[in-house]
Design a protein around this ligand. Structure first.
Ligand SMILES: Cc1cc2nc3c(=O)[nH]c(=O)nc-3n(C[C@H](O)[C@H](O)[C@H](O)COP(=O)(O)OP(=O)(O)OC[C@H]3O[C@@H](n4cnc5c(N)ncnc54)[C@H](O)[C@@H]3O)c2cc1C
Length: 419
């Protein structure tokens, strides 16, 4: 759709066209609650591009989650898609739970759904800079103009907030240090005979190390703790309405207690068995070296970087890539702006105060706004899988559930398209 037109009316504007934004759009259109003419997805990166890029940057070739987790609504849509194209071999067996799709199968299916619902035609190629909640609608300010909508769904992921170790945040930190999630990081640009350091001991570091390991290139992983193997990112108890979820909701919304419970429930920094086996093989074959100490200092050596670890060992590296995860989900640009400029309620560490049944962001007076949140920023409601595909499906059900009754009577005299 290109640039946003000034004063364009949309019933629903989705901010972010990643896994969560695309799933919300598919769910809304599929439920025939709204036609494509009344829906916008504002995203400057392209649909699913952010996730696709991250998978490519760390060399992720298969998903960690089972094949029923995808951006469509019917749990078996991906299986049927694969069967119809003779691609069943792209389901990777796993020791625990259902088979997992390859990343290319997952993305081909997602792209097929985007084409089927013609989502690219409703994408506004712009970044949202402000969202103003009003009694009768929402004003969405974008770098390409203003969009008026009745409802706004925020699905912006982590934004660009990722974590660097402290030594890498010094003003004079070496140029050779980068982050695997930095949009400019390109694994194909890593020198064929370079000595590469990777900081981290979780799934991303493991995948990146085994992807970059090749004859002629030295790869050293700096992992301060032993590898911790887990199939998923939390217990499956958190994938559905459960006692665990009830315990979470017993605490006040956007509270420290909820945040800590979610953090405790997440197996952050873990590595699934299939990646662990690859790392083990690479270590045994000598394609990857493991340094068990933490980097204390990194110094620019006029191109390469010299690192000194706490145990006194030192390395000279051509490139040093941090696979040290994401920062707070509430500290992306848009959330920080809304915290400062809007009257929407925030709580511990800036978490949005959301209604547990609808994911609507509450106003200062406690009434639900016209803005709802999906993705990691909704983790205090949806638990440790909020960011995941299964979290998008759960958020989709809640949001479409409340919109169903709210949109009734708000349609501007158009019948929804049958897709
Ligand atoms: C390498 C990797 C592997 C993963 N594997 C799995 C897996 O196997 N299974 C699973 O369930 N989960 C997995 N996850 C977790 C999760 O599913 C992904 O992180 C997913 O991409 C989250 O989707 P999202 O839509 O919230 O965020 P994103 O995919 O990051 O999308 C957010 C979108 O919002 C846009 N945006 C941000 N700010 C603005 C703004 N101000 N205006 C307009 N647009 C904006 C961005 O451009 C982006 O396109 C994985 C995550 C990573 C990083």
């Amino acid at each position: 759709m290109g640039q946003a037109e000034s004063d364009t009316d949309a019933l629903v504007t989705i901010v972010g066209g990643g896994v969560h934004g695309v799933h919300l759009a598919v769910r809304l259109l599929r439920a025939e609650l709204i036609g494509p003419d009344a829906l916008r997805i504002v995203d400057p990166s392209g649909l699913l591009e952010s996730f696709r890029r991250k998978c490519r940057q760390c060399g992720m070739v298969e998903l960690r989650s089972p094949f029923v987790h995808h951006v469509g609504t019917d749990p078996f849509s991906l299986r049927d898609f694969a069967r119809a194209r003779g691609r069943e071999a792209e389901f990777v067996p796993t020791r625990v739970g259902a088979e997992r799709p390859t990343a290319s199968l997952f993305f081909d299916h997602a792209e097929w759904l985007c084409d089927r619902y013609d989502l690219e035609s409703i994408r506004v190629d712009a970044r949202v800079t402000d969202v103003v909640d009003r009694r009768d609608g929402v004003r969405v300010e974008t770098t390409g103009g203003r969009v008026h909508a009745r409802w706004c769904l925020l699905a912006v992921g982590h934004g660009r907030s990722f974590t660097y170790p402290e030594w890498a945040t010094e003003p004079d930190s070496p140029r050779a240090v980068t982050h695997v999630w930095d949009p400019t990081f390109d694994p194909d640009a890593v020198g064929e005979t370079s000595t590469v350091g990777i900081v981290g001991g979780g799934i991303t570091a493991g995948q990146l190390a085994t992807t970059l390991a090749q004859p002629g290139r030295d790869v050293v992983v700096f992992a301060r703790s032993p590898f911790h193997v887990e199939t998923l990112e939390a217990s499956t108890d958190w994938m559905h309405v459960s006692k665990a979820m009830e315990r979470l909701h017993a605490h006040p919304p956007a509270s420290r207690a909820r945040e800590e419970l979610v953090a405790e429930a997440r197996y952050d920094g873990t590595i699934p068995p299939y990646v662990f086996r690859r790392v083990q093989r690479a270590l045994e074959d000598g394609h990857v070296d493991l340094e068990r100490s933490e980097i204390a200092v990194a110094t620019d050596a006029g191109g390469p970087v010299v690192v000194t670890c706490r145990d006194g060992s030192a390395y000279c590296l051509d490139e040093l890539i941090c696979a040290t995860g994401f920062d707070s989900p509430y500290d992306g640009e848009l959330f920080r702006h809304l915290r400062r400029e809007s009257t929407l309620q925030t709580g511990y560490r800036g978490a949005p105060v959301l209604d547990d049944d609808t994911l609507r962001w509450l106003r200062a007076d406690g009434s639900p706004s016209r803005i709802a949140v999906s993705g990691i920023a909704a983790q205090q409601v949806l638990g440790p899988f909020a960011r995941n595909v299964v979290g998008a499906r759960r958020a989709g059900k809640l949001i479409v559930g409340f919109l169903e009754s709210e949109l009734e009577g708000e349609r501007p005299g158009r019948s929804p398209a049958k897709l």
